[in-house]
Design a protein around this ligand. Structure first.
Ligand SMILES: C[S@@+](CC[C@H](N)C(=O)[O-])C[C@H]1O[C@@H](n2cnc3c(N)ncnc32)[C@H](O)[C@@H]1O
Length: 246
């Protein structure tokens, strides 16, 4: 059984490798959930405005969920090559700010290169662990994330941190893989399933309870309609939302 630190190193190395093998959106099987490219649901118009290196490794489209408003501050947990951050800038406008946090240096470098190509001044990327965010308390309006929380060994810490950095009234809008049953020990030890965003996740009720335990209200976990489930599949892509009310 790997320690949380060993797991994080393996996850980071895996995603650096995947990034360096991908040159355009979903040219490789850039899925966390093996079919995430088809789950992502980005509009062709939105993607057409982005540079080639803005690949997605996500399993949904949290930007569409977030109903972001001009002037808001948005934080993307596990921002990868920056695609969701760039889309978020289209919603928050010049008066808003988008911050991506990722612990893989190659992802940060790629995201920063892409921001320069796009000429964006209101997006920045910080290297950091989503279990210990490099942000001050109550400084964010929206926490979004796309297929990342499943990879975190300490999901309680992720949602405690999200709660801490959100202002009152702030909301969480996440796309992630959830399970229909707990992963077996063998599945958790299977590094392809783990880094592929499946066996590190939790059954839907357990996932929702962790969010409630962090203090969030109005917690909703809804299956993404576009996600076809085949025989034997014990996971699906979900849209997860919650609000910090006090
Ligand atoms: C499946 S990819 C998703 C990337 C991006 N959200 C997207 O949709 O393309 C997972 C990303 O999360 C990052 N990641 C995983 N665990 C993390 C953690 N504990 N803290 C920060 N980043 C993490 C990885 O480096 C990788 O870039």
């Amino acid at each position: 059984m790997k320690t949380p630190i060993q797991l994080k190193v393996e996850i980071s190395e895996t995603y650096a490798t995947m990034l360096n093998e991908a040159t355009s959106c979903c040219e490789v099987d850039c899925s966390c959930g093996n079919n995430a490219g088809s789950l992502a649901g980005y509009s062709a118009e939105a993607l057409a405005q982005l540079p080639e290196g803005a690949v997605t490794f996500g399993c949904g489209n949290p930007v569409a969920l977030a109903s972001m408003q001009p002037g808001e501050t948005v934080l993307d947990l596990g921002s990868g090559a920056g695609l969701d951050c760039f889309l978020a800038t289209q919603h928050v406008g010049n008066t808003g700010v988008v911050i991506g946090v990722d612990f893989t240096q190659d992802m940060i470098d790629r995201a920063e290169e892409n921001a320069v190509k796009l000429g964006l001044k209101n997006v920045s990327f910080k290297k950091g662990d989503i279990e210990d965010l490099p942000l001050k308390d109550a400084t964010v309006d929206v926490v979004m994330s796309n297929c990342v929380v499943n990879l975190a060994p300490d999901k309680d810490a992720v949602f405690r941190e999200a709660y801490r950095v959100l202002s009152t009234g702030g909301r969480v809008m996440i796309s992630d893989i959830v399970l229909t049953r707990p992963a077996t020990e063998a599945e958790k030890e299977d590094m392809a399933l783990m880094t592929g965003c499946i066996s590190g996740s939790l059954p839907v009720d357990e996932y929702a309870q962790i969010i409630r335990n962090a203090g969030f209200q109005d917690v909703k976990v809804e299956r993404s309609e576009s996600d076809a489930i085949w025989d034997g599949q014990f996971w699906y892509s979900a849209s997860i939302s919650a609000t910090k009310k006090s």
